[in-house]
Design a protein around this ligand. Sequence first.
Ligand code: ATP
Length: 642
Amino acid sequence: MATTTPSSAVRDQPDPESATAAPAGKAGAARERSTVRTLLRLWPYVRPVRMRLFSAAFVAVIASCIGLVIPLVLKWMVDGPIARRDPAGVWLGALFLLLLGLTEALLFGFRRWLVARPLSHVEAEMRADLYRHLQRLPVAFHDRWPSGQLLSRATTDLMLLRMFLAFPLTFLLVNGVTILVGVIIMLVQDWALGLVVLVPAVPLLITCVVFEKKYSEASRAAQDQVGDLTTVVEESVLGIRIIKGFGRHRSQARAFRQLAGRLRGMELRKARLLATILGVIVTLPEVAVGAALVLGCVRVADGQLSAGTLVAFLSTALALRWPVESIGFLLAMSQEAGTATERYFEVMDARPEPAVRKAPPAPEAPRAQASCKALGTRRSFEVPEAPRPAAVPVPSGLRFENVTFRYPDAPPDSPPVLDRVDLHIRPGESLALVGATGSGKTTLTALVPRLYDVTSGRITLDGVDIAEMPREELRSKVAVAFEDPTLFSATVKENVLMGAREEELRRALGVAQADFVYGLPDGVDTQVGEQGLSLSGGQRQRLALARAVAGRPDFLVLDDPLSALDVHTEAAVEAALRRVLADTTALIVAHRPSTVLLADRVALLSGGRIAAVGTHHELLHTNPEYAYLMAADPAGEREAER
Ligand SMILES: Nc1ncnc2c1ncn2[C@@H]1O[C@H](COP(=O)(O)OP(=O)(O)OP(=O)(O)O)[C@@H](O)[C@H]1O
C-alpha cells in the first residue's frame, strides 16, 4: 500500500474507471451528479430492509400528523368549552390532548425500534462488501490509494450513511409531509394568514439550493482530509521506531497539527454554512409568524376571526417550527451522506482482478541465442523457438516469453521496468536472479503470482499461460516469500499454513529452521503480529519462508529470503532449502553469493533485460557486471580486479 501519497496528490488521475483510479478522480464526475442520484446507489443495500424503512416512515408520518391535530383540539376548546366556561369540556379536551401526545411519543419510539436493527445490518453489509472488494482489487490499486483513505471510507463514511438512513432519509419525508399538511390546515383555517406564513417559502428554497452546492464541496473536502489524517496517524504508528530513532516526533507532531488545522478550518466552514442556512431558516418563518400574529390579532379585534381559529393557526405554525428548522441539519447530513456514498463507490467501482485475463499475443519470432553470447555468456538461456500452442500442460517449467512490464501508474512514454525478458527455468531447476538495486528483480518475481499483469509478452507454467489460469490454480501452484515478511495478527500456525494442510507445519518450520517457535509461550499457537508477540526480522523471515514451502508448491519464488539471517542460521536454512529446491522449480532473488549458490543457474538482470545466464562460476569469469555485484565473494573480487 502506498505510504505517503495524500489524497490531494492523487486527485487528478486521468482514468477514473481503472482499478488504480485515485480517490477524487471520480469525485469530479460524481459531483456532477445530484446528491439524490448519488444516494440512490444505496438502494441495493437498502432493498432488503425496505419494508421496515417504509413502515418506520409511515409510522413517523402518522405520529407527526397526530401532532397537527393538537391545534385543532385547542381551537375546539377555546371556541367551545372555554368560551362557554364549561370545566367538564375543558377536562375532556385536556384528556384528549394527553392521549394525542402519548400516542405521538409511542409511535416515534416504535419507529426507532423498527429501524435500529435493519440499519446496523445495512452498515455491516456495506462494510463487509467493501472489505471483500478491497481483497479482490489488484495490487496496483493498493499502490495508488493511501491506506487512511480506505480506512476512513470503511469507518467514518459508513457511519455517516447509517445516520443518514436512520434520520434524514425518514425525516426529510416526514417533515415534508408534516409541513404540507400543516400549511393546508393553516390555509383552511384562514387563507390570508396562511399566505403570509407562506411568503418565505421562495427565499428559503433558493437558500437551500445554494447551501446544497456549497456544503457538498466542503463536506467532500473535509471527508478527504479525514482520510489524509488517518493515513498520517497510521504511518506514524507503524513508523514510530524511525520517528523516535531520528528524533522526528516534534516535526511529525507539527505536520499532524497542520493537517488537523486544515481539517478544522474546513469543519468551521461547514459550521458557518450551516449557521447561515439555520439563521435564514429560523428567522424568515419567525418573521412571517410574527406578521401573521399581528394581522390575526387585528382581525380577531375586528371580529373577522375567532380567537380559537387564531390559537389553532398559531399552534399549527409553532408545531411546524421543528420540521422547518430541522431541514438545515437534515440537508447537511444528507450532503455528508451523499459524499460518503460517492467515496464508498469510488472504491467499489474499481475493477477487481479478472479471474482469468485475456492473454496478450504470444511472442512472434524465435529469438537468437547469440545475443547473450555477445554479452559474454557461455551458456545461453533458452528462448522459444516458435509460437507454441497455448494451454498445453506439459512439465516445461517456468518461462518468461518476451515479457515487457511497466507499472500501471507509470507514464506511458517512460521506459519499461522489464523490457522483452526471455527466461526459462526448467522443471525442478532453481534459478537465482541477480541484478543491481532497482534493476527490477522484485518486479519480475511479482509477475509470477500475478500481483501485476505483464504489459506484453507472457509467462507460462508448464506451458500454460498464467493469464489464462484461474487465480486459485495459479496460487496453489506458486508460493512466494517476499523480502519484507509480513505477519498477520494470528497464531504462528495460522501465519505459516495460510490454507495449507496442518501436517505440513512441522516440515515447513523445519525447512525454514524456525524451530524457535516451539520455545514461544504457546508454541505454534502463540499469537504474533501487531496484536501479539513481536518477532525479530530473522524470525519473521524464517516464518515467511516456512509459509512459502508449507503448501508444497510446484513453483517457488523467493525474494532474497535469507537477507536477515546470521551466517549460522543462513547455513542451516540453506541446507534445508537445498532439499526442498531439489524437486521444486524455483526463482530466487539473490544479493549474496551464498544465496546464489543455492541455485543451479544464475540470471543477471540489467537495464530491464536478462543480460546473461549461466552458472555462478561461469558468470564470474565472463561477466564483469556480475563479478562486480558479487564482489563480496573473494572469487568474485579476484574476477572483478582482473
Ligand atoms: N509499485 C510501483 N510503482 C511504480 N514503480 C515501482 C513500483 N515498485 C517499484 N517500482 C520501480 O521499479 C523499479 C524496479 O524496482 P524493484 O523493486 O523491482 O527493484 P529491485 O531490483 O528488486 O531492487 P532491490 O534490489 O533494491 O530490491 C524501480 O525503479 C522502482 O522505483
